[in-house]
Structures are given as structure tokens and as C-alpha cells.
Ligand binder design. Structure first.
Ligand code: NAD
Ligand code: ZN
Length: 344
């Protein structure tokens, strides 16, 4: 039995003992968890009990963004040692699946992902995981930063999918944790200018504190107008949708240059319409992002290089014993909160 933050059912959390696997099998390691970030999806399972066709039907441990220390090695593990500090990629695909063999293991229908029903997450002191989905953290990268690698990996995947050319101008719709991390990955990937749009002044202020990020409050001015001014009327090379908000899709292509690329990251709750003719008139390329594949090592490398600093996005850290309060605060959705973390 182990102590864990358990989502008993929609709207009901408990920090309690639960039966969990703690001994590593062949190819696996055990990890003593240090820090866990709270993701919008964890909160959505808490408040709604489901995301799309994933429904919480039995008590489930939450959490999938974490870093910790390797504490035991299963049979046959090479490349990791007890005491290594690591962050973990939460999704484990079937390596023999067709999607895996095509290099897009993130869309393997058989992937199992922490805190996606019925798989338990990692808000518990000790978990097991395949060694090849654990990534060493250099000594100067903190556990708190290590726990930011998972959401930053979404930004890395989005930047890679965008096919950035050095000097590009990008627009990012939404300044939540994902939008800001997409903006930072786009800058690291070679964008000269990144314009981030939101309707929350607090969120925009947090984004604007980064060099290279310009912001626009869409309550005051449409994004397309700001982008037109910044690009001499041409439009952004890339538009990243990171809000998942229906009004954003309706106008997204107005900010895009002819031949530009729109990258869909946000997951709207319901299907949303968008302006097909605006996309076609530009011969826009539309790319989509589902989690990430093969980016964790590069995400860690960028953080370790000092080129990307995610620490300003950590708004508050709660002790493990206060996990339920941490989730209540996350569910409030305070405008000044970007990422809340729990320290074990
Ligand atoms: P969030 O809710 O914290 O942030 C969304 C931001 O968008 C908020 O700051 C909000 O004020 C802003 N917003 C709302 N309507 C807007 C509009 N019309 N124009 C501009 N900004 C607007 O969410 P998050 O955690 O940052 O995640 C963003 C989206 O990415 C969500 O839809 C989430 O489900 C999705 N997501 C996708 C993946 C993936 O693999 N594709 C992974 C993680 C999250
Ligand atoms: Zn997440």
C-alpha cells in the first residue's frame, strides 16, 4: 500500500493509502518522486470526471508531470543508476505497433499514459516506469524544472511541427502554461518575434516578461490587427492555437500569411468550426499536435543550456500533504497562476 492523491470520482479527491505497483519489472526502474506539476487535464478529470471518451470509472491516482530520483533498477536496465535524477515521459506505447514503427508512437492507440483512465498517475512517493522513458537531469537542473519538461515537451512538439525557419514571426493564441511554453519553444526554435494573445492581463504580463515575447490583449485589439502592423500587412509565418476556445478558431487564419502554417494545439471541448475559405485562400498548411514523440531529451537539453527558463511559470508549490488544497486552487483557475506544483 502507498499514500497517493486519489480521484475517487468526479469532484472528490482523497489523500489515502492505495494498492500500487512499486517494484520495477524487467526494463523498468523505480523512481522516488520529488515534484509533480498539476496539469489542466488533471484538473479537468477532477471537475468533470472525463475528457472525451476517457471516463473516470474507478478511483485513479492523478498527476503525470514529474521528476524524481531513481531508487531501484529492474532486470536488464542499462544507462541508468540508482541515485540518478530524472524526469519521465508519461506515455508508454507498444514499441511493435504500427504507429511506433512509423516514429509517431504518441498516436499509438495502445499507448498507456499516467493519469488517463484507467492508468494511475504519479502523485505518490514511488512509481515504476520503463527506463527508456526516463531522462537524466543535469545537476544544475532542479526537480521543479524537471517537472516542467512534460508540458514544455508539448511546446517542443508544436515548434517541430511548425517547421520554423530562422527569423519567422509566430502568433500564439492563448497565454496559459501551454501557450507560453509553445512561445518559448518557438523562440528557441528560431522565431525572431512571437506575439502572444490572450484576454487575461495577468497571463499576458507573465508572458511579456520574457525577452522576445510581445503580447496583445484581444479585448483591446484583434490579434490580426497587431500581427498586420508587425509584419507590414503580410501576416505571421506561423499561428499556434493554444487556447482551445471556439472564437480563436473563427479568426485564426486572419493572422496567417499566405502559405503560412497553422498549428492546432488547443483541445476544444466540443468540435469547432473554422473559416475554411480563409485557410484555402492562403494555401495554409494545418498541422496538429498530440502530446509529443522524441522530444524529451531535447527539451531537457534546452533547459540545461539556459536558453529556456521555465521557473517564472511556477506560481506556487504545495507540500504533498496539501495536495487536495493544491487541486482546489488549480480548479479556481486564478488568472495569476500558470503552473502549480506539489513537492513530495
Ligand atoms: P489554459 O486554460 O490554462 O490556457 C488557455 C488560455 O487561453 C487562457 O489563458 C485563456 O485566457 C486563453 N483564451 C481563452 N480564449 C481565448 C481567445 N479567444 N483568444 C486568446 N486567448 C484565449 O490551458 P493550457 O493548460 O495552457 O492548455 C491550452 C490548451 O491546450 C487546452 O485546450 C488544452 O486542452 C490543450 N492541450 C493540448 C495538448 C495536446 O497534446 N494537443 C496537450 C496539453 C494541453
Ligand atoms: Zn499535462
Amino acid at each position: 500500500m502507498a499514500r497517493a492523491l486519489v480521484l475517487e470520482e468526479k469532484g472528490r479527491l482523497a489523500l489515502r493509502e492505495i494498492e500500487l505497483k512499486v517494484e520495477p519489472g524487467p526494463g523498468e526502474v523505480a523512481i522516488d518522486i520529488d515534484t509533480v506539476g498539476i496539469c489542466g487535464s488533471d484538473v479537468h478529470y477532477y471537475t468533470h470526471g472525463r475528457i472525451g471518451h476517457f471516463v473516470v470509472e474507478a478511483p485513479m491516482v492523478l498527476g503525470h508531470e514529474a521528476a524524481g530520483t531513481v531508487s531501484a533498477l529492474g532486470e536488464g536496465v542499462t544507462g541508468l543508476s540508482v541515485g540518478d535524477r530524472v524526469c519521465m515521459e508519461p506515455g508508454v506505447p507498444d514499441p511493435r505497433s504500427r504507429a511506433s514503427r512509423l516514429g509517431m508512437y504518441n498516436v499509438d492507440p495502445a499507448v498507456t499514459f499516467w493519469a488517463t483512465p484507467p492508468i494511475h498517475g504519479l502523485l505518490t512517493p514511488r512509481v515504476t516506469h520503463p527506463a527508456e522513458y526516463c531522462f537524466k537531469l543535469p545537476d544544475h537542473v532542479s526537480f521543479a524544472e524537471g517537472a516542467m519538461v512534460e508540458p514544455f515537451a508539448i511546446g517542443m512538439q508544436a515548434a517541430a511541427k511548425a517547421g520554423i525557419t530562422p527569423g519567422d514571426t509566430a502568433a500564439v493564441i492563448g497565454a496559459g502554461p501551454i501557450g507560453i511554453m509553445v512561445a518559448l519553444a518557438a523562440l528557441a526554435g528560431g522565431c525572431a518575434r512571437v506575439i502572444v494573445a490572450d484576454l487575461s492581463a495577468e497571463k499576458l504580463a507573465i508572458a511579456a516578461a520574457y525577452d522576445g515575447i510581445e503580447t496583445v490583449d484581444i479585448r483591446e485589439r484583434p490579434l490580426a490587427e497587431t500581427v498586420a502592423e508587425a509584419t507590414g500587412g503580410w501576416g505571421a509565418d506561423i499561428v499556434f492555437e493554444c487556447a482551445g476556445a471556439p472564437p480563436a478558431y473563427a479568426t485564426m487564419f486572419d493572422s496567417l500569411r499566405p502559405g503560412g502554417t497553422a498549428v492546432l494545439v488547443g483541445l476544444p471541448v466540443e468540435p469547432v468550426p473554422f473559416d475554411t475559405n480563409a485557410a484555402i485562400a492562403r494555401e495554409a498548411t494545418i498541422r496538429t499536435v498530440f502530446r509529443y514523440a522524441n522530444v524529451f531529451d531535447r527539451a531537457v537539453a534546452l533547459i540545461a543550456s539556459g536558453k529556456v527558463d521555465l521557473t517564472p511559470l511556477i506560481s506556487a508549490t504545495f507540500p504533498f500533504e496539501e495536495s487536495v488544497s493544491a487541486f482546489e486552487r488549480a480548479a479556481e483557475g486564478r488568472a495569476s497562476d500558470v503552473k502549480l506544483q506539489i513537492k513530495l
